[in-house]
Design a protein around this ligand. Structure first.
Ligand code: MLT
Length: 330
């Protein structure tokens, strides 16, 4: 009898604890966020990914009523940051902005400590950024045809900066070298922010970079622009031909971005983050600043968890074979 009694009171106690826990967590989700949120960026401060992140962090924070602090976790083409976010507490206080490196890292690294498709929750796609093949100001070739001849004559004496395996600058550089059938001396940086500084200072010869920071330097002649990675010329720099029209048929690299959270963040929290992202991307100030840098905001059906997940899957399937076939130089 006593045993039966204590069994029943044990069951009652655990039911009460469970429902208390449940209501505490439901309450926590309802009140979220009650403190600042960290937005992890996988490349150096001052670079293109960092700029997009900082641009949306402010309005998203205003909508959510808390500050969003950007944390730059540099190195290994973004994979160090991805690992950190995959292992972070799934409470919504750590979120992540990464670009298409989320889809290419699988094919570039033998083993990743995370799985791009199962280690994260999806918040939504953000924006698409074109790239430009740039040379330092006093690099002798005046146009792409001359650059091809110059590279064939000088080969590995020429240096090309990138932000490590998994970075889009590296992907663009390797596709370029693979098309030319040459291997240049590739120099990894912690992001294209510091790489661009060295290109401007004349310490490296070439860099394939996003338009986010580069348009003013192209316009004022501080760097040479040999071609865009788009199939159409860019409105902000109409005099720069595409690589496609200069003989590199179909050469297209558009850098898409996605916002993620660690696996297990509750749906109500993800929904609040998504609503804040959608609102930020629709703000006239953000739209204007992205447009000035020739960055396209994605259609609203892509600023969704499903939109990002589908795109990530498609991009993993697209780039894996391309990268493996290119026999990428380091
Ligand atoms: C950066 O923010 O530094 C870039 O997105 C790096 C890259 O992928 O090339």
């Amino acid at each position: 009898m006593n045993i039966k009694k204590s069994l029943i009171s044990g069951i009652v106690a655990s039911v009460v604890t469970c429902s208390l826990l449940f209501s505490n967590s439901a309450l926590a989700q309802k009140d979220w966020p009650t403190k600042s949120i960290t937005l992890v960026v996988p490349f150096a401060a001052g670079g293109p990914t960092d700029s997009v992140a900082r641009l949306i962090a402010v309005p998203m924070g205003q909508t959510l009523g808390q500050t969003i602090v950007v944390e730059n976790v540099n190195g290994a083409g973004g994979t160090i940051a991805s690992t950190k976010v995959a292992r972070a507490a799934p409470d919504g206080y750590t979120i992540y902005l990464h670009h298409m490196g989320m889809a290419t890292a699988n094919a570039l690294y033998d083993k990743l400590p995370y799985d791009p498709l199962t280690s994260f929750e999806y918040i939504g796609q953000v924006a698409d950024v074109p790239m430009v093949l740039l040379g330092k100001k006093d690099l002798p070739p005046k146009n792409f045809k001359e650059l091809e001849a110059y590279i064939k004559a000088n080969g590995s004496k020429i240096t090309m900066a990138n932000a490590g395996p998994g970075a889009v600058s590296q992907l663009c550089g390797l596709l370029f070298q693979s098309r030319l059938g040459v291997k240049l001396t590739n120099i990894p940086y912690k992001g294209t922010g510091p790489a661009l500084t060295d290109l401007l200072g004349g310490q490296v010869d070439l860099l394939c970079d996003q338009t986010t920071q580069t348009i003013p330097y192209i316009k004022d002649g501080s760097v040479k622009a040999y071609g865009t990675t788009t199939l159409k010329r860019l409105p902000a720099i109409p005099n720069v031909p595409t690589l496609d029209e200069q003989g590199f048929k179909g050469f297209e690299v558009k850098v898409w971005h996605g916002m993620y959270a660690p696996k297990g963040v509750p749906k109500p929290v993800l929904d609040k983050l998504n609503a804040a992202l959608v609102k930020a991307l629709n703000s006239p100030d953000v739209k204007k600043r992205l447009e000035d840098a020739n960055i396209d905001i994605v259609p609203s059906k892509k600023i969704t968890a499903a939109g990002l997940k589908d795109h990530l899957e498609a991009e993993i399937n697209k780039w894996g074979p391309v990268i493996r076939k290119s026999n990428i130089p380091d």
